[in-house]
Design a protein around this ligand. Structure first.
Ligand code: C2E
Ligand code: CA
Ligand code: CA
Length: 570
């Protein structure tokens, strides 16, 4: 019995020793795990099957400000987080264990002691002898990456200068509103003559002005966007339209102060309503643009509501532009020639080349119906080049036929003259002609084309190259006599409005006489335009006017008839 007891004691002692040894081993293992986990900079933890913490690392304790390493052991998430969040963690843990899967997610934590952070979370099951005994997790602070991502996404949708939403953000916001189907309005706002600020005060000042305009607009509407340049958009519910329109009209001049300099920045706006004026962001913005354009046509400083007839007008203009390009390609233009004659005996002195357009569907279109539009779109430059080439070809052709030549004058538009290379191109074309033909091309330009420095420079280059220049439509507008006197012009063309009825109307006669004296003083010969009657022609001849052009002598003629005119002169 005693031996049995001794054996039992010995066995118990051995078991105890083994248990103690095992516990020590386990503690050492745990200590090893602990220091391993503590060396990880991310948050790391292990939980048992009931989501109780078995071990957490230093980074984890730091973020929760836990001083005692043992404090959390055996507790669960409810000891740390608000109940709802803690419950969601435990649901995640259960999923990881039940489905034997790993979970990865990104979460914003508001409740950390040192403020909100973005964390990337990974949870995996923990196995022992092929059985899941709990979960392990790791969480990495990705706040910096998130901040960079947020900044990038902000930049993708905003204008850094004004902090307003940009074009792509506007498209998103319009789409959102379209989805909810509540009626809303879009105002497209364009600053008037904003380029002048940039030109006069520099781009930095321009930026300041844009920022101030953005502030003023933000006070008017809740959603304001900058589309780039000096274009802004305001977005609001239809029920606010009236208030906004009132506020906009009161602010038609936005106060701006730059470096102590105060001025008022005007703008023009086009307004559209959804769903009335369009069903997609593109349609709405296009129509707002059409209305804005109409506002500008009215002389700026207007808020124009879109009306459907504007769209047809805009479409027609687009068609016209397309047709003009096609007309050039397909040779639908031709020149007709109106004789310029000597008033004493009607001797042919020259021709004015006038463009004609035979549209394949619309028939003949008068220059006054397409030249102004061609000037707006810039296509006039190519049309002008074509007219010059055509006139040059005509001169060559007449020369080859052995006819006695007279000068052909070609009309030049303001836009052409404003091109820095215009004079050079004309000179080069004329230089390519045989020398004896060079003098037979003249150019007609109106005074209004001389507004620009560049235009004056072009004229100087042309006159230096001995190309005759006729001042067209003289007497119709503002005359800058000092400019005219400085140019080496060939002739002044008195406008039809000065000539009309000059045979009988004494008031007209006095004005015309005064202007003829002026032409004398400038030592310029005069061509009277639009002479329609014998009386007009006679009175002009009596006044010593040398040349005339008009229906009384001849209408503009097709090339073959002009050729016959020349032939009879021989
Ligand atoms: P413009 O340069 O003043 O040309 C004179 C216009 O008066 C021509 O009209 C001519 O047909 C018209 N005319 C001539 N005599 C009489 C008359 O006795 N009575 C009346 N009522 N009219 C007369 P058209 O050909 O319709 O040209 C109109 C305008 O279109 C031209 O005015 C010119 O500004 C422009 N234009 C014509 N061809 C060209 C061109 O090749 N290039 C450019 N840039 N403009 C052109
Ligand atoms: Ca002319
Ligand atoms: Ca004229």
């Amino acid at each position: 019995m005693l031996t049995l007891l001794a054996v039992l004691c010995a066995v118990l002692f051995a078991i105890l020793m083994i248990a103690l040894y095992r516990m020590q081993q386990a503690r050492r293992a745990l200590q090893r795990h602990q220091s391993l986990l503590d060396s990880i900079p991310d948050l790391a933890w292990v939980k048992d099957r009931k989501s109780r913490f078995v071990i957490v690392n230093q980074a984890f304790r730091d973020i929760w400000n836990i001083k005692d390493p043992q404090w959390l052991i055996g507790k669960d998430d409810f000891a740390l987080s608000p109940p709802e969040l803690a419950a969601s963690y435990q649901t995640d843990d259960q999923r990881v264990m039940n489905e034997a899967t790993s979970l990865q997610s990104e979460r914003n934590f508001e409740h950390f002691r040192d403020g909100s952070r973005w964390m990337e979370l990974i949870k995996v099951p923990v196995y022992e002898h092929n059985k899941i005994i709990g979960t392990a997790g790791i969480a990495r602070d990705i706040s910096m990456r998130k901040a960079a991502e947020e900044r990038l996404s902000w930049l993708a949708h905003h204008d850094p200068l004004t902090k307003l939403g940009n074009r792509s953000y506007l498209a998103i916001k319009i789409k959102e509103r379209i989805t909810t189907a509540t009626p809303f309005c879009v105002w497209l706002i364009d600053l008037d003559h904003f380029k002048r600020i940039n030109d006069a005060l520099g781009h930095r000042a321009g930026d300041q002005a844009l920022a101030q305009v953005a502030d003023s607009l933000s006070k008017i509407g809740s959603e304001v966007f900058r589309l780039g340049g000096d274009e802004f958009v305001l977005l609001d519910d239809l029920r606010h339209a009236e208030t906004i329109n009132e506020a906009l009209s009161q602010q038609l001049k936005i106060p701006v102060t730059i470096e102590g300099l105060y001025f008022e920045q005007g703008f023009t706006a086009g307004q559209v309503d959804f769903p009335h004026d369009g069903e997609t962001p593109e349609q709405l913005l296009k129509h707002a643009d059409v209305a804005l354009y109409e506002g500008k046509e009215l002389g700026r400083g207007h808020i124009r509501r879109f009306e459907s007839h504007m769209a047809t007008q805009a479409v027609r203009q687009l068609e016209l532009e397309r047709d003009l390009r096609r007309a050039l390609q397909e040779g639908q233009f031709r020149l007709v020639y109106q004789p310029q004659v000597a008033l004493d005996g009607a001797q042919l002195m020259g021709f004015e080349a006038l463009i004609r357009w035979r549209h394949p569907e619309r028939g003949e279109i008068a220059p006054n119906d397409f030249i102004p539009f061609a000037e707006q779109t810039g296509i006039i430059c190519r049309i002008g080049e074509w007219a010059l080439d055509c006139a040059i070809l005509q001169i060559r052709d007449w020369d080859e036929q052995g006819l006695a030549l007279v000068p052909v004058s070609v009309n030049v538009s303001a836009l052409q003259l404003a091109q820095p290379l215009f004079a050079k191109t004309v000179i080069a074309r004329l230089d390519a002609l045989p020398a004896h033909l060079r003098q037979y091309i003249a150019l007609e330009l109106t005074e209004s084309t001389l507004m620009h420095e560049q235009a004056l420079d072009s004229v100087h280059q042309l006159t230096s190259a001995q190309i005759p220049i006729f001042m067209d439509d003289f007497g119709t507008g503002y005359s800058n006599l000092s400019t005219i006197s400085q140019l080496t012009l060939s002739k002044l063309k008195f406008d039809r409005s000065l000539i009309q009825n000059v045979g009988n109307d004494s008031a007209h006669q006095r004005v015309c006489r005064a202007l003829l004296d002026l032409a004398d003083a400038l030592e310029l010969d005069v061509i009277a335009e639009g002479v329609e009657t014998a009386e007009e022609a006679q009175w002009l001849a009596e006044q010593g006017v040398l040349y005339a052009q008009g229906y009384w002598f001849s209408r503009p003629q097709e090339s073959q008839i002009a050729t016959r005119f020349l032939a009879t002169q021989k």
